[in-house]
Design a binder for this molecule. Structure first.
Ligand code: ANZ
Ligand code: ZN
Length: 822
């Protein structure tokens, strides 16, 4: 009696079995090559969504395939478990952040297990556990030892309602993303990591990452924002010749300067306006600007707004008086925080000069005769290249050459020179929040800033605190706050800021290599053994921050001698979104498809198969009910096929493909092995791999009763193996059903036979004097000479030659025979 396909029953059974057998444990075997397959770890928000299902299905197929291909595979998982949502839950439901987080972890881990992903849970990490954050603190101290962590006052985004700093991304149209109150800038003492020290290496080493999508490398490149130009120093006579330096990419336009602009927060501004008529107005403007985020201030559609300070600078070369302005579009922390205005040759400066009626001096003469020098600065700026004019000794020089010539001249005069600037800023790592890794620093009245000695870690986060969403409870937790100074033993207090959670996630992939280590975050040996991550799979939303921070961490720890590689992720796969009806699934749109319901209804194998079949991994995937139904029907079809032949395979027949149908099936089976191996293993086009498996199933269904049984058995057996990485449960069940011992997941991946792929016959083209005249089927594999001989003897060829003299024959085996007659 036929047994129906019952995924609900068999999936649970195999998951339990694999757990008991330790099938998913990392099988260390140094005789095999290693493969580190990693998906970005989730934030334990409550439950997994379809986007998670997608990324973990993709990673699991790769990990399973590599295991079957004879690699020792590391495929771990953990939890990015610190962060604001746990505090929000605490405010909203009175939940305790630790308890809330660990409950979510339990739930989501169960969901992952139900998806059938082959994770080595013995290496699990949760960034909120003291066993983990002890090492995050240890690494913070390592950065400090390396001179890469420092404290400084800085203007940061501050929400007065939430009493915390916000990242730039958390300020939306000038309001706090959480409470909608107006965000201000606050001058605060904060901890920073000196990522700018690594700007150049982070940039150039992008060239060593051919396995990364071009798009991601470009995004990182733009984020680092290297800009080559010059610093030019002007003086301010009325301030006793105090110096002010501008950064420009166009030192060639120096003689065209008609004003200078300082960032409103520039420290010179109060001195410039002191006692002047402009003072009150400028001060009010400065206050207003402090509230606006940099993004708003510099957006291209933002109106350029400025005010004259009443003060003048002396031009670095001509000595002319240059009025000094403040304006919204000049940022304090880019370049030197001040710019020279050249309206004739810069669009932005042109608009500003027109608006405020500032002079426009042309200093570059177009080479192109169509552009008249008289018209520059009338309707628009001239930003192309040309010849220097009105620029003293530099007149007549091509402006590109003048860039260096003027910079060299300035350098000689001690007034500047060539320089490079990066857009990348140092990483502000302190947060005035509770649910994060405590920064291991102690403040002592006598000794100042004292790092907690490494052997006293972890600085434990107290869990019995009251969270009101307004104040970091650490600032009022007596037990936490008061301590003794490690240096002098006197009374001291702890840093109450916690670390940006991006620090936690910048090194978790290293901890997996040695997650039980009690002496160190990881040993050099284990890190060197498993790293780099061979395939890293995750969302494009992490293209900059997480990936850049992880690269930075890896370089710093490499330089500190902790391992020998200096890039963490050899290859990167960024998966597309999961859509429903063409839009992103979201609660507010009511179009969320629940993974649990789908697994409940169809089983995990169907969900995995659909997700992998519906689109290549980088593309967005549209969830359709008909698509899922189709995947479910396909697995049922496979099931019936194997079930109805389960006894055949037990008889152990061998392949004896003599008749045409057997040869054809044998070829299809070998072709499927080749295609699936390459599609999954090299191209990651799981969708085309699955299409190929579907074609094999069709061939097996129509295979004649009378043809060779061994060939059929061989096809069925390989079908199960090829399906195993994609639909692991049904494959395991069918493997057992056909009488095989051991897990299908421990099978060696099949090799295709190139001989079996060769066709017996091929169709070739017959040409007369280079023109196609006919087609002909001939035996495959003939040599040039044999092909020529064979074709010339056929009736077709004789008719085409039509009694003319054959002057030459060009035979290309497998393709054509061209007969030249005349
Ligand atoms: C004079 C000039 C003349 C400029 C000209 C451009 C064209 P990137 O490529 O982005 O580095 N700038 C410098 N510091 C700035 C700051 N803190 N805030 C806003 N703008 C700033 O561009 C560098 C150019 O942006 C600099 O070159 C400066 O304007 C401006 F025909 O100086 B330029
Ligand atoms: Zn002290």
């Amino acid at each position: 009696m036929a047994m129906p396909y019952n995924p609900q029953q068999l999936e649970g059974k195999w998951q339990k079995f694999w757990n008991e057998q330790g099938t998913n444990k990392t099988a260390e075997d140094s005789s095999k090559p290693k493969f580190y397959c990693l998906e970005q770890f989730p934030y334990p928000s409550g439950r997994l969504h379809m986007g998670h299902m997608r990324v973990y299905s993709i990673g699991d197929v790769i990990a399973r395939l590599k295991r079957m291909n004879g690699y020792q595979v590391l495929h771990p998982m953990g939890w990015d478990a610190f962060g604001l949502p746990a505090e929000n839950a605490a405010v909203k439901f009175g939940a305790q952040p630790a308890k809330w987080t660990y409950e979510n972890i339990d739930f989501m881990k169960n969901q992952l297990n139900r998806l059938g992903v082959s994770i080595d849970w013995s290496r699990e990490v949760a960034t909120c556990s003291p066993d983990y954050y002890k090492w995050t603190q240890w690494l913070f101290l390592t950065f400090l030892e390396q001179g890469l962590a420092y404290r400084k006052r800085a203007f940061v985004n501050w929400c007065p309602e939430c009493s915390t700093v916000l990242a730039n991304e958390q300020v939306i149209d000038g309001l706090c993303w959480r409470c909608d109150s107006e965000v201000t800038k606050k001058d605060l003492e904060q901890w920073f990591f000196k990522i700018t020290d690594y700007a150049e290496r982070l940039l150039t080493d992008l060239d060593n990452l051919p396995g990364w999508p071009e798009k991601v490398r470009t995004m990182q490149k733009n984020w680092i924002g290297k800009s080559e130009g010059a610093n030019i120093t002007f003086t301010i006579p009325e301030l006793d010749n105090e110096e002010v330096t501008v950064f420009t990419t166009r030192p060639d336009t120096l003689f065209g300067v008609s004003y200078m602009v300082l960032a409103p927060e520039h420290p010179l501004v109060p001195k410039l306006i002191a006692g002047k008529a402009e003072e009150a107005k400028v001060l009010a403007f400065v206050e207003e600007m402090k509230k606006e985020s940099d993004i708003t201030r510099t957006s291209t559609d933002a109106e350029k707004v400025g005010l004259f300070t009443g003060a003048y600078a002396k031009h670095a070369l001509t000595g002319e008086q240059v009025p000094i302005w403040v304006a919204n579009y000049v940022l304090l922390d880019y370049g030197t925080g001040s710019v020279m205005g050249v309206p004739a040759h810069d669009e932005r400066d042109f608009a500003f000069a027109k608006k405020y009626d500032l002079p426009i001096h042309v200093v570059i003469n177009p080479e192109d005769a169509d552009v008249l020098v008289e018209e520059i600065g009338v309707d628009a700026a001239f930003t192309e290249d040309g010849t220097m004019i009105n620029s003293g000794q530099f007149d007549g020089m091509p402006n590109r050459e003048a860039i260096k010539a003027i910079a060299d001249h300035l350098e000689k005069e001690g007034k500047g020179g060539l320089t490079t600037t990066y857009r990348l800023r140092d990483w502000l790592v302190s947060r005035q929040r509770y649910w994060g890794t405590p920064i291991p620093i102690i403040y002592c009245d006598d000794c100042g800033v004292v790092p907690v000695p490494k052997d006293q870690l972890p600085v434990t986060l107290p869990e019995d605190v009251v969270i009101d969403g307004k104040r970091n409870p650490l600032t009022s937790s007596e037990d936490f706050l008061h301590t003794t100074c490690p240096t002098c033993g006197g009374k001291a207090r702890r840093e109450t800021d916690t670390m940006d959670t991006f620090i936690d996630s910048s090194w978790y992939y290293l901890r997996y290599t040695d997650s039980q280590n009690k002496e160190m975050p990881f040993s050099k040996e284990n890190a060197d053994k498993w790293m780099q991550v061979d395939e890293y799979i995750g969302g494009i939303e992490h293209a900059i921050l997480h990936l850049l921070y992880s690269r930075f961490f890896t370089k710093v720890l490499h330089d500190a001698g902790m391992f020998s590689f200096d890039e963490p992720f050899r290859s990167l796969l960024t998966q597309g979104m999961v859509l429903k009806d063409g839009t992103k699934m979201s609660k507010s749109k009511g179009n969320v498809v629940s993974p649990d319901e789908m697994i409940e209804k169809y089983g995990a194998d169907t969900v995995r198969l659909f997700i992998l079949f519906a689109a290549p991994p980088e593309r967005d995937l549209d969830w359709t009910d008909t698509g899922v139904e189709g995947s479910f029907r396909f697995l049922n079809r496979v099931w019936r096929l194997v079930e109805s032949h389960s006894d055949l395979i037990k008889t152990g027949q061998v392949v004896n493909a003599q008749d045409d149908a057997a040869k054809e099936l044998n070829r299809t089976t070998h072709y499927a092995i080749k295609k699936v191996t390459e599609d999954i293993g090299e191209r990651y086009t799981f969708n085309t791999a699955i299409s190929t498996i579907m074609e094999l199933v069709n061939k097996l269904y129509t295979y004649p009763e009378t043809s060779d049984r061994g060939t059929l058995a061989f096809g069925l057996e390989n079908l199960i193996v090829l399906l195993a990485p994609i639909a692991p449960h049904i494959a395991e069940e069918m493997w057992q059903m056909i009488g095989k011992s051991g897990s299908v997941h421990n099978q060696e991946w099949p090799q295709f036979d190139p001989q079996a792929l060769v066709l017996d016959e091929v169709e070739i083209v017959i040409q007369i004097n280079g023109k196609v005249r006919d087609k002909m089927v001939v035996a495959n594999g003939l040599s040039k000479e044999d092909l020529e001989k064979h074709v010339l003897a056929t009736e077709k060829a004789i008719a085409l030659i039509d009694g003319k003299t054959v002057r030459k024959v060009i035979a290309v085996p497998g393709k054509l025979v061209n007969i030249v007659v005349g």
